[in-house]
Design a protein around this ligand. Structure first.
Ligand code: 5AD
Ligand code: SF4
Length: 455
């Protein structure tokens, strides 16, 4: 609709970021102006996350804040994403200021829903499935970065881990045809993007219809074949996240060994280091299976950075069982770890068990694990001092003039001093100092010598 302004705010994971980029592309094509002003926009969209209770609560707080600022002139409020998908119609009753509720598979139809709502239709709900032949195009200007692009390859989840709401909010696994992925990566390369992240709840569960498989790419699984095909496009860097342990085939490591542009970073959430808890979580693997994956990752030609997610305080988790998680973390020597306190999600199987680990105990376990990881990370990060890393310079630092920041292939944040002319370039940086979550270094050459950058 011509002339109307839209403000959009995104919560949660990269899938939501990717959906927002696509929504913005479609809204702009439909004539909307995008604004960063939530206090004057005609339309305010919240793209929501429901993975934990706290994430879900955010949208309600933000709706309250925005309405409070407006003193009378109400915007049209749309809620999209996971909370929209799960709560559906109930959102209208819970928060009458909401005019549009559009689920995780309705991005394509969002401009139409907004237009109808602006024309006076009330309480529009769309939590339906994707349209056949849905358009996935994202305009390069709407990407979250001009150099790094997210490319969804698989949507949804079939795993039904007992604590997790994602299979309900994002539906069953659906893989994008490989040719579509390859075409998008090639186009991104032509547009000047230097790094792609293949994204999905479980990228290595990628399973497109057999008739869409690409010819001529070796590999033990559809995902490892896709990785090789994406690498062969010549995109400078290819990262992928998240990997699921049960579907982690060692051929992924072989593909990383074969292609220098497949980045040496794997995010492989373990969730717990105790077999009984893993079984209760319905993860489908044991600690020993997970450690076998870690071993194959650690035996790679290049050193592969390993990161993970862990939930503390799952129903019934004893302090001895938590101690097993600490032990596993010590064994894995992660480069990074996201720790979450168990949050009960209604509708999931785990919600039928008493959420019996007190919040105080969860916080204690969280802090204990955080402290173990901090020590490991200090050691891991210090190991980089004196090494050369190739860094994609993403931006100038907002806090320190003359400082640049970017990521290594092993997905570390690297800071160093240099001219803004380097933004968008890949440079070689010698690491001088390690901080808790980032590395500091000195630029040594703006031309990358691939043979020297093994991390
Ligand atoms: N409570 C706490 N953490 C959760 N996660 C998923 N569901 C829950 C929950 N109910 C965490 C998992 C997952 C990450 C994205 O969020 O660790 O890997
Ligand atoms: Fe949730 Fe498990 Fe699926 Fe991950 S694999 S999205 S934790 S159900």
């Amino acid at each position: 609709m011509k002339g109307k302004s839209v403000y959009i705010e995104t919560f949660g994971c990269q899938m939501n970021v990717a959906d927002t980029e696509r929504a913005v592309t479609l809204l702009r094509a439909a004539g909307y102006e995008l604004t960063k002003q939530d206090d004057t926009a005609d339309v305010v969209i919240f793209n929501t996350c429901s993975v934990r209770a706290r994430a879900e609560q955010k949208v309600f707080n933000r709706i309250g804040e925005v309405r409070h600022k407006r003193c009378g002139k109400e915007p049209l409020i749309a809620v999209t994403g996971c909370v929209a998908q799960l709560k559906g119609e109930a959102l209208f009753a819970q928060t009458p200021a909401i005019s549009v509720v559009a689920g995780t598979r309705a991005t394509d139809r969002l401009p139409d829903l907004i237009e109808r709502a602006l024309n006076g239709e009330q309480k529009l709900l769309d939590i339906d499935e994707r349209r056949k032949g849905e358009v996935w195009d994202v305009s390069p200007v709407e990407r979250h970065s001009p150099y790094v692009a997210f490319v969804p390859i698989i949507e949804g989840c079939n795993k039904f881990c007992s604590y997790c709401i994602v299979p309900f909010s994002r539906g069953r696994e659906q893989s994008r045809p490989p040719q579509e992925v390859i075409t998008e990566v090639r186009r991104l390369r032509e547009e000047g993007f230097r790094e792609v992240h293949l994204i999905g709840q479980n990228v290595n569960s990628y399973r497109p219809p057999p008739e869409t498989e690409l010819e001529g790419f070796a590999g033990a699984t559809p995902f490892s074949r896709l990785l090789r095909a994406v690498a062969a496009t010549g995109m400078e860097r290819v990262k992928f996240t998240t990997s699921f342990p049960r579907d982690f085939h060692p051929d992924i490591v072989r593909a990383i060994d074969e292609f220098d542009n497949l980045c040496n970073w794997v995010h492989l959430p373990v969730q717990s280091g105790c077999d009984r808890i893993l079984r209760a979580m319905r993860r489908g693997y044991k600690v020993a299976d997970y450690l076998a994956c870690v071993e194959s990752i650690k035996s790679a030609r290049r050193m592969i950075a390993l990161t993970s997610d862990i939930i503390v305080g799952y129903p019934g988790e004893t302090s001895d069982e938590f101690a097993e998680t600490i032990l596993l973390v010590q064994q894995c020597q992660y480069d990074g770890l996201y720790i979450f306190k168990y949050s009960e999600r209604s509708g999931t199987p785990a919600a039928n068990f008493p959420n019996d680990v007190s919040d105080i105990e969860k916080t204690k376990r969280f802090m204990a694990l955080e402290s173990v990881q901090r020590n490991i990370q200090r050691k891991v990060y210090n190991g980089y001092v004196g090494r050369k890393l190739s860094v994609l310079v993403e931006k100038g630092s907002t806090r320190h003039a003359g400082q640049l920041t970017g990521h290594s292939k092993c997905n570390k944040v690297i800071n160093f001093t240099g001219s803004l002319d380097f933004v968008g370039e890949t440079v070689e940086v010698c690491i001088l100092e390690a901080k808790e979550n980032s590395l500091y270094g000195k630029i040594i050459d703006s031309r990358v010598d691939p043979s020297s950058s093994h991390r």
